[in-house]
Design a protein around this ligand. Sequence first.
Ligand code: GTP
Ligand code: MG
Length: 194
Amino acid sequence: MKVNKAEIIISAVAEAQYPGDNLPEIVLLGRSNVGKSSFVNTLIERRNLARTSSQPGKTQTMNFYQINDLFRFVDMPGYGYAKASKTEREKWGKMIEKYLRQRENAAMIFQLIDSRHEPSEDDVLMYEWLTYYNLNPVIIGTKADKISRTNQKKSTNQIAKALSLKSPREVILFSAETKLGKDEVWQRIESVLK
Ligand code: GTP
Ligand code: MG
């Protein structure tokens, strides 16, 4: 898709602030620092529309990015951010859970997992929670530029095993640096926009 227009609509902390129309929304979930905001920027070819940071915990609100007035990305705060207070983490958890269980606009979920490491306990719990509610996410292995070809294969196997996926081919390796996976991700998005 050629992106002609990309704008932030709102940084929401509560349901009352969600956009009121029925545009489809593509949701980004993953641990803090996994690369959710970079994923959005890479897809739309904007360096810094979604704010990124080497410090985890950058995104603390639900950010709605409207693309070509056709759909939105919803960039979520990361889960498992150790430095946030317990109250804060609970607040974000509830906010994300509420969105996922109630939002009719949600058309697709990408769950991002760092391809360099084994999925964390939080990653596995999030995946299990999503599938329990029939919210089957597309799994993305991020920062693939940081691992060798051989390790890329190992990584998809490792993720598939931890999440009990049918096949490691279900994992899309992605890199904000090399743009690996970008076309495949766009195909997935376009397939739900029709
Ligand atoms: P929170 O907002 O804290 O939840 O983090 P996030 O998941 O939005 O991560 P963000 O996109 O801010 O990226 C975190 C760090 O990882 C930044 O320093 C990025 O530059 C880096 N990063 C993201 N994607 C990639 C990638 O594909 N390759 C490499 N090498 N670095 C990446
Ligand atoms: Mg972010």
